[in-house]
Design a protein around this ligand. Structure first.
Ligand code: BTN
Length: 334
């Protein structure tokens, strides 16, 4: 009889074999042969898959894979993930305080670049500027990725908008032109926030030790599940009219896009991406109020530069700001 760990390994292998059959039933005898197990352990594995909420059709002598659950497990995210380093190591949890905190601990103990931490729920999810990130179970994607860039800390702020661009490329096939990036790191659908990014840097002097990029996506949250104070400004993919989201598929796509954008960023910062960023921007050409540090500037958002700064025009003068909080002053920001 196999141990629990061995059964889990067998179950992962069984899942791969069943998936490759794409709906065709597999005979018990040939499965036992292929997986090198006896029929008792095969049955235990099938039961485990059913416990994990996989839809499996079980007949006396055969079994078929029908559908995978919408779970953020390492198996589901890793299935057919075609990246070189983003997501090669996946730490997946049902519930954590904050995936950014766990990613920071892992990075401090030497976790490799591209390691991700993902959770179905966060009990103390953190947003920018000390805010809370509402992170209920079964609805959202809470993901942190560890990066170890080889450039100086002054280039780190642009990683937030680089990640926003990767998110935009991921959501564009679903939401089309309704989806915009609000500099520096919010993603909006029709003006409402669907995703946010929290970038945390650990550096000594100017040398980056590691960066943790935390991404929160409201995937399936219903309108009335949002806390009252953000209901008017937040949305989810489901609430915006896209109900058939599989979160693991979205994460896989996102990891691929982060890897692509990060490669570009390491080579030339945002220079090769500026046209796409401009096209996705919800702010350019609009009157804004921008708070940064103790300062506030009101002007017209004119451009984004290759280091990720927003360029604002006031009284004919251009000011470049690397990070801040923006509101559109005289129209809805959509
Ligand atoms: C913001 O828009 O304020 C940023 C929100 C970032 C939320 C994500 S969810 C995964 C990661 N873990 C956290 O505690 N925060 C980030």
């Amino acid at each position: 009889m196999l141990s629990t760990a061995e059964i889990e390994k067998l179950t992962d292998n069984l899942l791969l074999v069943l998936r490759q059959q794409a709906g065709d039933p597999a005979m018990f005898g040939s499965l036992c042969k292929e997986l090198k197990c006896d029929s008792e352990d095969l049955r235990r594995s099938i039961e485990l898959l059913q416990q994990w909420e996989y839809a499996i059709d079980l007949q006396p002598d055969r079994v078929s894979f029908l559908a995978a659950p919408d779970l953020l497990t390492a198996t589901e995210i890793g299935y057919e993930l075609d990246t070189e380093f983003c997501g090669t190591n996946i730490a997946a949890y049902r519930s954590v305080k904050s995936t950014n905190d766990i990613a920071t601990q892992l990075a401090q103990s030497g976790a490799a670049e591209g390691t991700i931490v993902v959770a179905d729920e966060q009990t103390a999810g953190r947003g920018r500027l000390g805010r809370q990130w509402h992170s209920p179970p079964n609805t959202g994607i809470y993901l942190s990725i560890i990066l170890r860039p080889n450039f100086d800390a002054e280039k780190a702020p642009g990683l937030s908008i680089m990640t926003a661009l990767a998110l935009a490329e991921t959501l564009k096939p679903i939401c089309g032109d309704r989806m915009k990036i609000k500099w520096p790191n919010d993603v909006l659908i029709s003006g409402l926030k669907v995703a946010g990014i929290l970038t945390e840097l650990t550096a000594e002097r100017e040398k980056i030790n590691f960066v943790v990029i935390g991404i929160g996506i409201n995937a399936k949250t219903k309108r009335d599940q949002f806390p009252k104070d953000i209901r008017a400004i937040a949305t989810s993919l489901t609430a915006s009219g896209y109900p058939n989201i599989r979160r693991a598929d979205l994460v896989r796509e996102l990891l691929t896009n982060i890897e692509n954008e990060y490669r570009l960023y390491c080579a030339e910062q945002l220079s090769p991406s500026l046209d796409r960023l401009r096209a996705y921007s919800s702010l350019l050409g609009r009157p804004i109020k921008l708070a940064f540090g103790q300062n506030i500037i009101e002007g017209i958002a004119r451009d984004i530069s290759s280091d990720g700064s927003l360029i604002v025009e006031k009284d004919g003068l251009l000011t470049s700001v690397v990070s801040g909080e923006v509101s559109v002053t005289s129209e809805r920001d959509c």
